[in-house]
Structures are given as C-alpha cells and as structure tokens.
Design a protein around this ligand. Structure first.
Ligand code: COA
Length: 153
C-alpha cells in the first residue's frame, strides 16, 4: 500500500476512517457545484490506489484522486498514447497550503500512474481555481480545450 514521507507530511492511500474529514475537506474547500457525500466517494472504488491523502501531525489535510479512463483504441492511436488517466479531485486545507503538499500529492499520483503504464493524464480545472491551474502548469499540463456548459430551462 502506498505510503511516503515528504517533509514531515505523510502521503498515503485513503482509508475508510478518513471518510468524514475527506468529505469535509471537499465540501469546505473544493470547487464543486453541490455537496460531496459518502455516495460520491464510491467513484474512488474504481481505483483505490489512486485515492491519496496527505497527513500532517496525524491530521488529514489534503487529498487527491485519479483513475484510469476508458478510451477506445482508435482514439488512443490518434492521440499517440496507450493508457490515459484523469485527476478528478485535489484539495488542501487552506491552513496548510503553500508548503508543497498539493505538489507532493500530485507527484505521488503521477508516480502511481506511471508505474501502471499511463502515458497521458487529462483533467478539468474549474475556472476559478487559479492555484490549481498554476500547480498543474508547473507540472507541465497544458490547456487543450475549454470545457463549456449551459443550463437548459
Ligand atoms: C490547488 C491546491 C491543492 C494547492 O495546494 P498547495 O498545498 O498550496 O500546493 P503547493 O504548496 O504544492 O503549491 C502552491 C504554491 O505554493 C508554493 N510553495 C510550495 N512549497 C512552498 C514552500 N515550502 N514555501 C513557500 N511556497 C511554497 C508553490 O510554488 C506554489 O506557488 P504558486 O501557486 O504561487 O505557483 C490548493 O490551493 C487548493 O486546495 N485549492 C482549492 C481546491 C482546488 O482548486 N482544487 C483543484 C480543482 S478540483
């Protein structure tokens, strides 16, 4: 099971006992349209190895989740890649930001993806999430499209 210590911060796989604090972090500090519930966390069952938390002084202060995307072979060939993953959620408690925790979480997840043979990662970054955008750009992510939407009456 993944566990690594980076500058006194433990990056480890999510455990059931983290559920409450993870939901609270997502609800209080992530850019989502609606509240996150235990039901929403079921998406992480698809790839539990890609659900990591950051723990400082035995307190969970951040999390990241990513999983493999099911992309048709013709599309993969078009893109010139063999395995694609996505980063779904990234959040760090504001009191613990700017200490490299978000970077460590993303680095760890990318390492896990690489070991699994992933050669492309895609993600959606909310319009207002400027810190996340910068963090991803620092990791070499580039904008490839604009995600647009419209509510119908
Ligand atoms: C995006 C987010 C996860 C970043 O977390 P973080 O722990 O602050 O990330 P890092 O510390 O690795 O990097 C953030 C900044 O701190 C700086 N930093 C990193 N280590 C540092 C250190 N030891 N001392 C000072 N600054 C440092 C980085 O250079 C970076 O600077 P920049 O944003 O000015 O380029 C956090 O801002 C967040 O939770 N945002 C809200 C949720 C969100 O937008 N999620 C993404 C969409 S789902």
């Amino acid at each position: 099971m993944y566990s690594q210590l980076v500058n006194n911060v433990k990056i480890r796989q999510f455990d059931q006992k983290d559920t409450e604090v993870v939901i609270q972090l997502a609800n209080d500090f992530a850019f989502f349209d609606g509240p996150t519930t235990e039901e929403d966390l079921k998406i992480t069952h698809a790839f539990p190895e890609g659900f990591l938390v950051a723990e400082e002084d035995r307190k969970v202060v951040g999390l990241v989740y990513g999983y493999f995307r099911d992309v048709p072979k013709e599309v993969l060939d078009n893109w010139g890649v063999s395995k694609v993953a996505t980063i779904e959620l990234l959040v760090v408690n504001p009191k613990y930001r700017k200490h490299g925790i978000g970077t460590s979480l993303v680095d760890s997840l990318i390492g896990i993806f690489k070991k699994a043979g992933v050669d492309m990662i895609g993600l959606t970054c909310p319009e207002g999430a400027s810190h996340a955008k910068r963090l991803y750009e620092n990791h070499g992510f580039e904008i490839s499209a604009y995600h647009m939407r419209k509510k119908l009456d």
